[in-house]
Every structure is written in C-alpha cells, then in structure tokens.
Design a protein around this ligand. Structure first.
Ligand code: 7PM
Length: 272
C-alpha cells in the first residue's frame, strides 16, 4: 500500500490581479484589459478555477470601497464568462460583492476571513456555492507583526474546525466547504513550514484543502529572492503540497504549475 495520498481531483487555482498598478496611468479600462488578458492566458494553460479579487490583502494596503471592488471584479467576471465557462472564484469579504459576483457568473467564494465579516455566513449559505474558509491570525494590517502560537498546527486545525461548524450551522452545505491553513497570514517561516509538513492532518477535517504559497515570503526567506524570482521555489512547494494531499493549489504561474502537477498526478495514478 502506498503511503502517499495524492488527491484524485488535484486542481489549479489561478490568481488574477485586478489592482491598478502604480506604474501605468491607463486607468480602469487598462487594468481590466490586463486582467482579462491574464485570465485568457491562464485558461489556455488549463487553469481549473480563476480567483478574481478586487481588494488587496497586502499589509498596509488601503481599504478598498465596495464600489471600487465591484468595478474591479464584476466587469471582468462578465468578460470571462463571455469567452469561457471556467469556474470563477470571487476573492472578497463583502457580502454585496459575493452576491454580485455570483450573479455575474462566479461559482465559488474565497474568504480570507473565513466568513467572519458582516452577514457573509448567511449570504454564502444562500448563494449555495463552494466557499474557501481560510485561517488568519490577526488582521491583514498587523498579522505579520508578531505571529504567535503555542501549537500552530493544533490551533489552525481548531480554528478551521470551528469555522466549518459555524458554516454548517448557518446552512452552508458540507459539500460546499473547502479549508485553507492560510500560508503567510499571521505566520513566521517556521509556522508556514510546520503547516506545510502537517497538511495530511488537515485532510482529517473532511473537507478539500486549498493552499496558497505562490511567490510568498516563506519562499523569499529561504531563497533570499524577490517575488519575481520565486517561480522555482513556488513550483517546488506546489509539488510538495500536492504530494502531501492538497486538493487545490492557488498560484500565479499556471502553465508552469500545470506541468509540475501533471507529474504528481501521474504518480498518483500508479497502482500501489
Ligand atoms: C500581499 C500579501 C499580496 C498577500 C497578496 C497576498 C491566499 C488567498 C491570498 C491564500 C486563499 C497572495 C496573498 N493568499 N486566498 N489570498 N489562500 N484562499 O500572495 O493563501 O496571493 S493574497
């Protein structure tokens, strides 16, 4: 018998950046165009889910208004829907944005707050789509100041188990729940590595596991490289996560990750 537990349904989630970059002043249409091109590139590379968000979680990032978030995401979701039926996840913590996105064609919610804001638990239950519940210690503004745990794996597991219960109690269907340990969200390098090594534990919570480590600080800290030089490190941790049982891998570089995960999938299909 194999000790490996590679998901039979390993999927790639591609991150779409909709935040207007500070180096161009082409305005809103310019960033919509760029995001749409990014989406088409990922679709051609075989992405399984597009993750579209209009709110930056970057520490110290300014708050984005509801109107701004809607303007960044809804036209893009509509545009993608016109050319493809690829599943779209809405990365938002505002109930109104979740609603509008699903109406425009999104079929999943990605909540870095694990549906702890506003009436998002109830809205997610109503919308009846899969929802990713992510662990975060603190808030995006302060989470990296002094991450602190006695037992990071136990505490993240306990948090996710409580959010699963809260979601179920609000009427979210069990088959719609996805969990995520939240790499980099209130974690030191050692915390992130412990969580990665313990991914098989998270499968015991009975929900698909999503992980996002692409280009993150944990890779930068080990390689001493800036974000744009973290591709090989990102591919390495994507392969590790897949071999440790992750179901959905959230990445920026879809084509490259698709090749890496095709190799893992092939191993998963060998009779043991
Ligand atoms: C600045 C800091 C910019 C952090 C972007 C980020 C995850 C996520 C993000 C994740 C889920 C990034 C992050 N990370 N959603 N959203 N899981 N479910 O590097 O790990 O993409 S934003």
């Amino acid at each position: 018998m194999s000790r490996l537990n590679i998901s039979a349904n390993l999927q790639i989630m591609g991150v779409i950046n909709t935040t207007p970059d500070s180096f161009s002043d082409g305005g809103q249409f310019d960033s919509l165009d760029k995001a749409f091109a990014q989406a088409q590139h990922m679709i051609a590379a075989g992405v399984d889910i597009l993750d579209i968000g209009g709110e930056s979680t970057r520490p110290s990032a300014e708050e984005v208004s509801e109107e701004e978030e809607l303007q960044r995401t809804i036209p893009l979701i509509r545009a993608v829907r016109e050319v493809s039926d690829v599943p779209i996840s809405i990365d938002s913590n505002k109930s109104s944005v979740m609603r509008a996105a699903v109406r425009a064609g999104a079929s999943m919610i990605n909540s870095i707050w694990a549906l702890r804001l506003e009436d998002s638990l109830q809205v997610a239950a109503q919308l009846d789509v899969p929802v990713c519940l992510m662990h975060m210690q603190g808030t995006p503004a302060t989470m990296q100041d002094n991450p602190d745990y006695e037992d990071v794996v136990g505490e993240v597991m306990e948090f996710l188990s409580q959010r699963i219960e809260a979601a179920l109690a609000a009427g979210v269907a069990r088959h719609n729940i996805i969990i995520d340990p939240g790499f980099g969200f209130g974690k030191t390098l050692q915390h992130n590595l412990q969580l990665l090594k313990s991914l098989p534990e998270f499968r015991k919570l009975g929900a698909p596991v999503l992980v996002g480590m692409s280009r993150k600080g944990m890779i930068g800290a080990i390689l001493d490289k800036p974000a744009h030089q973290r591709l090989y490190g990102s591919l390495s941790v994507a392969v590790m996560a897949a071999m440790l049982g992750a179901d959905i891998i959230r990445v920026h570089d879809v084509a490259e990750t698709a090749d890496a995960l095709a190799m893992v999938r092939a191993l998963g299909q060998v009779a043991s």
